[in-house]
Write a protein that binds this ligand. Sequence first.
Ligand SMILES: Cc1cc2nc3c(=O)[nH]c(=O)nc-3n(C[C@H](O)[C@H](O)[C@H](O)COP(=O)(O)O)c2cc1C
Length: 157
Amino acid sequence: MLLKAALAKAREKGAETEFIGLHEEDVEFCDGCCKCDTTGVCGIDDYMKEIITKILAADAIIFATPTYFGDVSGTMKNFLDRLNPAGIGRKMKGKKVCIIAVGAADPALVERSIETIKLFCKCQLMEVVATMKAKAYATGEVGEDKIREAERLGGLL
Ligand SMILES: Cc1cc2nc3c(=O)[nH]c(=O)nc-3n(C[C@H](O)[C@H](O)[C@H](O)COP(=O)(O)O)c2cc1C
């Protein structure tokens, strides 16, 4: 919900946007073959190839994740790992990033989800322009104030 609200505001301000729901996609695990370190291309032939093309064409990215046991979801972590080829040759340098993390409980634990994505962005020389946290257990539980905050975040891109 928060990511969609942020994207809607970015669109309103003239951006062309695309929502990618990672859990709906066929994305294999990074197996650490490190072929990308020499070839710049991932050794796994799956939907990530298409996502990387989209990411490299994008001026800005919003990463959004639930918090699972104090960190990003496994889906998000694998996604960041699989983005390694996109960063070879500093191809993601300077891209603007916003980060959204949601958790059901302790906000301090949600902070670590944000830090994990920030670390990825630092390695890739990407520019984190805004982050936000929200509390929710199930879909629909984020408050209107958080929807507004997500819109403000999307408006920054
Ligand atoms: C395996 C698992 C671990 C979780 N661990 C945490 C946690 O450490 N801290 C927290 O605040 N919420 C935790 N949650 C709750 C989710 O972050 C929360 O339900 C979130 O709103 C889910 O977002 P979604 O509906 O976008 O998937 C966990 C949920 C699951 C399924």
